[in-house]
Design a protein around this ligand. Structure first.
Ligand SMILES: C[S@@+](CC[C@H](N)C(=O)[O-])C[C@H]1O[C@@H](n2cnc3c(N)ncnc32)[C@H](O)[C@@H]1O
Length: 532
């Protein structure tokens, strides 16, 4: 074996990595989840794992199931030294990366196998079990996995790891479970992965696995502002665990922000607590954690007082949504034009009043074409609208996924206007809220960039009796803190937050109840247009 006495090979690797990245488009790299681990981070991860191992342990059997150009192997050489690494294997699907890794590291003891890890692991010639895995698995979302591949992965993971993986899980979840099944009992693993599994439903199986089947030692979440890979839209975390069942009194360390070696916050969280927790990003609980969930875990929530529904997906906003003035100029019949709000980017106000036609009093009034007449009647009665609709036929819009499934294809999903709306995605750290709430007194509905909130039950009854309280309710919604909103929603790389109806529904409404105890009364349903 060659001597890894300096960093020249690592420098060469970094140059080759850049050349390979440049040779592929972003779409190609996305397809295989090709985002390399920055070397300093790979070294920190290797150093942390080394600090857990018994001093003097020599017999390291290293593996990286998606080795790329070998950032982790290079870090392992640097941190453990070549003498401690008895064997090393890297698996890589992309021949260009596999060849590069092989050329760079073969003489240092890395055996590179070109192939799909999920096939290699299942085959008869499965390589010997490692006792150290350092990995950054491909981040390939489930909808980029062909159906047969997904079925294959689910049945393989069930067979080898005994885990039923949700069909919406990305490839990396299978990688962790399969690689752990492959690893030696007592071995250590560190995984650099997107942190979204901590919050979303399809992450449940992994959380259960980490809480019950292995000893989770550390979960470090980087701050979403500090994207680890400049060009991958994910916020990441590092998981470190030992393959051995956890002691029931065990408490993994959850850290957040800063670096793996110098996190901003650290707390020990008992496994028992983790098993019960719905969202792991709330740990460590600290004012500086951007995902601090609501401190009121019980009591009324937004879902108790509002029905929440996503705004409409038109299938092609540029075609179906027009300036109201433009639609009138074109002579479209007004009964088939519904007021609709502009995208949140262009909506500068948070309180909207209506003109006499129910359109919002804002700079740019928009309308959406929404017509239930069959085609022959539109053609006969509204030739100008018919002529416009023909452009959707020639432009392929009519064949689109959503549009082609509607009947008639120019009839929109039906929504009543709602008194309140919440923007569906946005940025915002610390005090700044990622989402805005809008009080809407117009007849406008929202697109799917908004969640529509319809007061219901006791709240609807109260607001009908006291419409002046609408403003108080809006003020309450505007006071929900950024931490609470982020804590219930989910975060993507670069700090983009999104919130789904079910997540918004979980935010505490205790303050409303304290202000108006009448809201504690039973569920009385009202049914005005703007209400449920
Ligand atoms: C996120 S990159 C990490 C590369 C390297 N380990 C690092 O840390 O820089 C994931 C790598 O997995 C490879 N890959 C994608 N699907 C794979 C599969 N099914 N089996 C093995 N490797 C795969 C990609 O080509 C890519 O090189």
């Amino acid at each position: 074996m060659a001597d890894f006495s300096n960093q020249s090979v690592e420098s060469k690797r970094q140059a080759m990595q850049s050349a390979l990245d440049a040779a592929n488009t972003k779409a190609q790299r996305n397809r295989l989840g090709q985002f390399a681990t920055p070397y300093p981070l790979a070294v920190q991860i290797a150093e942390f794992v080394k600090s857990l191992m018994p001093v003097g342990r020599k017999d390291i059997y290293f593996a990286d199931p998606s080795v790329g150009t070998g950032s982790f192997f290079s870090a392992a050489l640097n941190v453990f030294g070549m003498k401690r690494i008895t064997s090393a294997i890297g698996i890589e699907i992309d021949p260009a990366f596999a060849n590069t890794a092989s050329k760079l590291w073969e003489s240092f003891g890395l055996k590179v196998e070109q192939g799909d890890f999920t096939n290699v692991i299942a085959g008869d010639s499965c390589p010997p079990r490692p006792n150290l895995i350092l990995a950054n698995p491909p981040y390939v979302r489930h909808h980029h996995l062909p159906r047969e591949k997904k079925d294959y992965l689910r049945s393989l993971t069930r067979k080898l790891a005994g885990v039923d993986v949700n069909g919406l899980a990305g490839l990396y979840i299978h990688f962790i479970l399969l690689a752990t099944a492959w690893m030696e009992e007592g071995g250590y693993a560190a995984w650099l992965i997107p942190s979204e599994f901590m919050d979303v439903n399809y992450g449940e199986c992994l959380k259960k696995f980490l809480g019950e089947r292995v000893t989770l030692i550390r979960a470090h979440r980087f701050s979403p502002d500090d994207v680890q890979f400049d060009d991958a839209l994910v916020s990441s975390c590092v998981l470190v665990f030992r393959k051995s069942p956890p002691d029931p009194r065990h408490s993994p360390q959850f850290t957040y922000g800063g670096t793996l070696s110098h996190p901003h916050i650290r707390h020990l969280i008992p496994v028992e607590q983790l098993r019960q927790a719905r969202k792991w990003t709330a740990y460590p609980r600290h004012a500086n954690n951007d995902r601090l969930a609501s401190i009121h875990d019980s009591g009324p929530t937004i879902g108790d007082y509002f029905r929440i529904q996503r705004g409409i997906a038109t299938g092609d906003n540029r075609f179906f949504i027009l300036d109201r003035a433009d639609a009138m100029r074109r002579g479209f019949p007004s009964q088939y034009l519904r007021p609709i709000l502009p995208s949140p980017r262009f909506l500068k106000t948070t309180r909207i009043d209506a003109d006499t036609d129910g359109f919002p009093l804002i700079d740019r009034q928009l309308c959406v074409i929404d017509c239930d007449l069959p085609e022959h009647l539109v053609e006969e009665r509204h030739p100008l609208l018919w002529e416009y609709l023909q452009m959707a036929v020639t432009g392929g819009i009519k064949e689109g996924y959503l549009v082609s499934r509607r009947s008639p294809w120019y009839r929109q999903e039906q929504r009543d206007p709602s008194l309140f709306l919440c923007t569906y995605m946005g940025r915002g750290t610390n005090e700044r809220r990622p989402f805005r709430f809008i009080l809407n007194r117009s007849q406008a509905i929202g697109t799917n960039l908004y969640l529509m909130l319809y007061p219901r039950d006791a709240l609807a009854t109260m607001l009908r009796a006291h419409p002046e309280r609408l403003v108080d309710v809006h003020d309450f919604l505007m006071r929900i803190t950024g931490d609470e909103l982020r804590g219930q929603g989910r975060v993507y790389g670069g700090g983009l937050n999104k919130i789904e109806p079910g997540e918004l529904a979980r935010i505490s409404c205790r303050e409303l109840l304290e202000k108006w105890p009448v809201l504690a009364k039973g569920r009385l349903r009202g049914c005005y247009a703007l209400w449920e």
